[in-house]
Design a protein around this ligand. Sequence first.
Ligand SMILES: Cc1cc2nc3c(=O)[nH]c(=O)nc-3n(C[C@H](O)[C@H](O)[C@H](O)COP(=O)(O)OP(=O)(O)OC[C@H]3O[C@@H](n4cnc5c(N)ncnc54)[C@H](O)[C@@H]3O)c2cc1C
Length: 579
Amino acid sequence: MDKPVILAVDDDLASLAIIERELKKRYRDDYRIVARQSAGDALDMMRRMRDEGEHTAVVLADQWMPEMPGAEFLGEARLIDPLAKRVMLVAWGDPSAPEAIFHGCAYGQIEYFLAKPWHGSPDEQFHHEIADLLYQWSRTHRPVFEAVKVVGEQWSRRSHELRDLLQRNGIPYGFYAADSDEGRELLLDNGLGASARLPAAVVFGGKVLEDPSNRALSEALGVQSRADAGGECDLVVIGAGPAGLAAAVYGSSEGLATVVVEGEALGGQAGQSTMIQNYLGFPAGISGEELTARAYQQAWEFGTQFLFANSAVGIAPKGDRFTVALADGSELCASGVIVASGISYRRLEAPRLEALMGAGVFYGSVSSEARALGGDDVFVVGAGNSAGQAALHLSRYARSVTLVVRRDGLEDTMSHYLITMIERTPNMHLMPRSEVVDGDGPGRLTHITVRNLQDGSEATVAAQALFVMIGATPHTEWLPETIARDKDGFVLTGSDLTASDGGGDDGAGDDGRGDARRLLWAPERPPYPLETSLPGVFAVGDVRHGSVKRVAAAVGEGAIAVRYLHEYLAARRLERAAA
Ligand SMILES: Cc1cc2nc3c(=O)[nH]c(=O)nc-3n(C[C@H](O)[C@H](O)[C@H](O)COP(=O)(O)OP(=O)(O)OC[C@H]3O[C@@H](n4cnc5c(N)ncnc54)[C@H](O)[C@@H]3O)c2cc1C
């Protein structure tokens, strides 16, 4: 009975028999296959399974059932088991399917649609999609292997940081509360007594680390943080978010010896997105973790070298080349540099909340914490798409999720599809014209103070977790003065360097530096698009002044910068030949 369930519902008995046969043929060893003709029976069954602690991995439902449409059924199924993957089954050539699919997706009832399996067997397309859905479900909900077991206090800041680091780098891990039976047993079995410094990490293969630094843990896991070949290469890319990963794929696939330096986690902000719905080619959406894991693999296959848990701390010209100084004291030397260091979240100015970071207060990432929030009342601050996505994801686990926003509503700042999904999620609430000004708790957040911006009154409300997603600042403080930035710290590139006024959408506007910008660009030639005021160094993605702040845009810029780097290098070669 502990096998997860694949549930199929179709009122057409012949069609249901084919679906059941196909599912049993491939998955019965690992999953319990359940087929039902009645939508009502299937929902009752899901409720019983939930009450008995059984999990449903995938629910498949025919759209045209007399009892209720498949989309409606799947919407109900979401309320019973929010983690189950929900799929609408449509018949080949059904002309009414597209509209049903469109509405089902818009209202968050369905996550995917599939053509029913063919009478002829095997139907590899059907199985390809089912296997992918099972893979996605098991990645999040049933890790089969733990490369590292972390034992720590559930709500300590460092426990949170380590969980976040592992989750975002796609390293399968298990977290064990130090005061649980399993946690105590793990500590004892690994020779760690009551005085052990927590969190402790037990790495597959036997290494045991007490309160490890990010780099120590990365090295114990075999992750490379120092460069090969004395750090000599053609291209250094700083940051392994979407922009940096794209630059790495295009750089290394076009013959440049490419090294990527990443200070925190693969995927950058995108790695924290639970579902990217608008990236070209993924009609059912793709998690940021999955997208960036694929890009990493692609870059690696082309020969990119990745250095993790190490940050760039400086760039300086050295003859025809550049040195990039790293936080561990080592250096890389390259003919070109692409800065793709992105942005990070703004903080609430509330010292008591800051002190509870990781202990109920979280910035940006929600994925590593969400599972621990069962039955909790959770608040999300922010009105952008990332706040909306995070809130929806949390609503799968928490008892209630309240979105706190300064404006009257979400219309001006959030995509329509997210607003619709939020409105249709019963445990989600909106607190408009409000801001969180304080919060506290004994060692972990228990309450927050919310100010009503209309009348200035303040109220204290119970809150077990607060996720803050209120915008970001660029990671550019480490760049040399020779790389010009706008007043908010975003890097100026291309025509920004020679334009007489501002522009772009970072709110920089005309910051009075137009004439100074002209002076910033020294060479005779105009700057290449995406080139910074230090010729040969390019900036791409969110860190760039005027960037679009989307995954697709970051990826596009990463690819384009490589093309202009080639032009820059070719021009340098000609200059050298002429000299
Ligand atoms: C929760 C969330 C959901 C989102 N959802 C969507 C969505 O659905 N669709 C969409 O199009 N966009 C979405 N976005 C926006 C999108 O993720 C970003 O636009 C995109 O990630 C920008 O990519 P980037 O590579 O420029 O920067 P980032 O993703 O910010 O990556 C920068 C990387 O550089 C690293 N770094 C910084 N400084 C250094 C240094 N000195 N040395 C080494 N490494 C460094 C950082 O650790 C980081 O990994 C979302 C963002 C968030 C936060």
